[in-house]
Design a protein around this ligand. Structure first.
Ligand SMILES: [Zn+2]
Length: 234
């Protein structure tokens, strides 16, 4: 299985047979950073094939029900796999993600709690829990979970992005800015961080910074549009 070190971004391969159902702590052989990875029993190409097959029977589908369809197939796969693997981190995590996407938050939380019991050091579980609590308006629990996630994997920007979003929602712009600065130190190209900084500056009426971030974003957006147009020409 291919893994990427969250600190130095070096790619490495871990022998599948050496992975456990409750994940495994790996050590980057370049920078020596330690982090937890999960197994990959669930084959994404199989899921896209299945979704394609289902879509043929839906005559009137939109992007929204395509997304729902993918999540439903993932739930089905996880349930089928669980018949032979009873306590598996990947099943709990992937199914929680799918339930979250489908808006079935109680079942998503139930899977996240099971995952945390199995592997309390897997940062992604707390990040997803934080995102979910933010979605349902429990900002206290959102921050609590995102703090844990950020402390378990210091180089992963996802919990910082989510935490900055919660802080902006709460009007705590200074705290949001601290997270945004951290993200940009780790990934100076982060579009999410740029957008968050733009939003903060807009709220605190920092006209100069808002304009400079906006101009960078417009350039990036035009670049994206150009790429899309050149793709559709073919
Ligand atoms: Zn590394």
């Amino acid at each position: 299985m291919l893994i990427i070190c969250s600190k130095c971004k070096t790619q490495g391969v871990v022998d599948n047979s050496k992975l456990h159902d409750n994940g495994r702590t790996v050590n980057c052989n370049k920078c020596n950073y330690t982090f937890v990875v999960m197994t990959e029993y669930i084959d994404i190409s199989e899921i896209t094939y299945e979704v394609g097959r289902h879509l043929k029977s839906i005559s009137n589908y939109s992007k929204d029900n395509l997304y729902d369809e993918v999540n439903r197939v993932i739930v089905d796969k996880c349930n089928a796999l669980e018949r032979t693997k009873h306590n598996c981190l990947e099943i709990f995590y992937k199914r929680a993600e799918a339930y979250y996407g489908l808006g079935i938050y109680d079942l998503a939380l139930r899977d996240l709690e099971k995952g945390i019991i199995l592997q309390p050091r897997f940062a992604k579980l707390y990040n997803l829990a934080g995102e979910l609590y933010f979605k349902i308006g429990d900002h206290g629990k959102a921050i609590e979970n995102l703090n844990v996630s950020a402390s378990l994997d210091l180089y992963n920007i996802d919990p910082m992005i989510n935490r900055a979003r919660v802080y902006i929602k709460l009007g705590k712009y200074e705290l949001a800015k601290q997270d945004i600065d951290r993200i940009l130190r780790l990934d100076p190209q982060s579009q999410a961080a740029l957008l968050l900084r733009f939003t903060v500056n807009l709220f605190i009426c920092n006209r100069e910074s808002t304009c400079s971030d906006a101009s960078v974003m417009v350039v990036n957006l035009l670049d994206m549009v150009n790429k899309l147009e050149s793709n559709t020409d073919v």
